[in-house]
Design a protein around this ligand. Structure first.
Ligand code: DC
Length: 239
């Protein structure tokens, strides 16, 4: 590692692979900054939808996006848009917008600006291949579609239930019923998103050269993060 170049830990992978959770824990561990690049694509999708923008104006919207992060909150045009940005429909729109090469290009400098001292953990689809090709460590996080769909459906079920304020067994039964009803659509959605993200011509999702492969299908978040911390710790130590 050169003394002047700020280290980047690049973590790529498909939706709901666990990369975001891992990246946050790893960033905390090393005291590094954190870039959730998916949130930038999502915020652009939301801004474009709000403005009724067609594809030809997207680059303009991308260049002028008034986007800030405050902890885990996403501020778009100065207002908290965290929940909207995380919604499934905005995620799907982001995945569509992300196929456009000129849009990706327009977001490059914004992503690279997160590289500030003492270092950065960046997660997304093309962190290792395009945005930070000189990352000190590159990790590709994967998990089976079934497991990713299960994680996402539980997450959505818990979020949907929390609005109801039920207690005890009634609450658990309600979450379980919501989970069952979400699982099918979530699986179909993930498969469609995987296809779009990996088959697009511009910076498709795939494992970068030199990346390490981490399958989290049978790992919990703490185990997965500990593995990346070990790898990154070794890569960051001066030779
Ligand atoms: O990681 P995520 O689900 O929040 O990302 C939403 C969409 O944004 C994803 O389906 C594809 C796109 N994306 C991308 O193309 N490149 C990135 N580095 C991050 C996200």
């Amino acid at each position: 590692m050169s003394g002047t170049v700020l280290p980047v830990i690049a973590i790529d992978g498909p939706s709901a692979s666990g990369k975001g959770t891992i990246a946050r824990v790893v960033a905390d561990h090393f005291g590094f900054h954190y870039l959730d690049s998916g949130a930038i694509y999502r915020a652009l999708a939301l801004a474009a939808r709000r403005a009724g923008t067609d594809d030809t104006d997207l680059v303009h919207v991308a260049r002028n996006l008034d986007l800030r992060f405050s902890g885990e909150a996403v501020l778009l045009d100065g207002e908290d848009a965290t929940d909207e940005v995380r919604s499934e429909d905005v995620g799907n729109l982001a995945s569509r917008i992300a196929t456009i090469a000129a849009v990706r290009e327009a977001l490059l400098a914004r992503q690279r600006a997160f590289r500030i001292a003492p270092g950065l953990v960046a997660d997304g689809r093309d962190m290792a291949s395009v945005v930070f090709p000189d990352a000190v460590i590159k990790v590709f996080v994967a998990a089976s579609v079934a497991e990713r769909a299960r994680r996402r459906a539980w997450q959505l079920a818990r979020a949907a239930e929390s609005a109801k304020g039920l207690m005890g067994k009634e609450k658990d039964d309600n979450i379980a019923a919501l989970f069952e009803s979400f699982l099918g659509p979530v699986t179909a959605d993930l498969e469609a998103r995987d296809r779009r993200d990996s088959e697009r011509a511009a910076a498709p999702l795939r494992m970068a050269e030199g990346a390490r492969y981490l399958d989290t299908t049978n790992l919990n978040a703490a185990q997965a993060a500990a593995t990346v911390i070990d790898w990154a710790g070794a890569a960051l130590r001066p030779a």
